[in-house]
Design a protein around this ligand. Structure first.
Ligand code: HEM
Length: 124
């Protein structure tokens, strides 16, 4: 499958390129630029996240749901669509078709579960 073709060394430049595009995006950029002070740290965290997700490396130890709930007032389902569109473009540009498809499928599933947590909460 696509997963076995992804190497750890490819994730760092992929994540860097993705967040460069996110920061330049008129809709997404301001949210990230306001929230994140230490970009090298954020990129390291997100590289560890993708390494854990795709390579089951266990390198990421964090809690994505509370991290996004903090920004609930600014995040909408339409922004998730924009995030995913940029992820599709970046993975298609940088990865083999198989790896890109695997990275896109994972991102869609995680985006779904983040949105369930953010927008369909029964109580705070
Ligand atoms: C962290 C925004 C979608 C994975 C963050 C942070 C922001 C953000 C602002 C920093 C949180 C903070 O510490 O203040 C967004 C927006 C999204 C989006 C606007 C879509 C509209 C996603 C998706 C994924 C993801 C789809 C995964 C596939 C992460 C991870 C972190 C993070 C792993 C680090 C959480 C931690 O601190 O451990 N995101 N995000 N995000 N995001 Fe997203």
């Amino acid at each position: 499958d696509g997963v076995s073709k992804i190497r750890e060394e490819e994730l760092t430049p992929l994540v860097e390129e993705f967040y460069a595009r996110v920061r330049a995006d008129p809709a997404l950029g301001p949210i990230f630029n306001d929230a994140i002070d230490d970009w090298p740290e954020h990129l390291g965290k997100l590289t560890a996240f993708w390494s854990s997700v795709m390579l089951t490396s266990g390198r990421y130890k964090g809690q994505p749901v509370p991290a996004h709930l903090k920004h609930k007032a600014r995040i909408t389902p339409a922004l998730f669509e924009r995030w995913l569109a940029l992820w599709v473009q970046t993975t298609n540009d940088r990865m083999t078709p198989e790896a890109a498809a695997a990275l896109q499928a994972k991102a869609r599933r995680i985006a779904e579960s983040l949105q369930l947590a953010m927008f369909f909460q029964l109580e705070e």
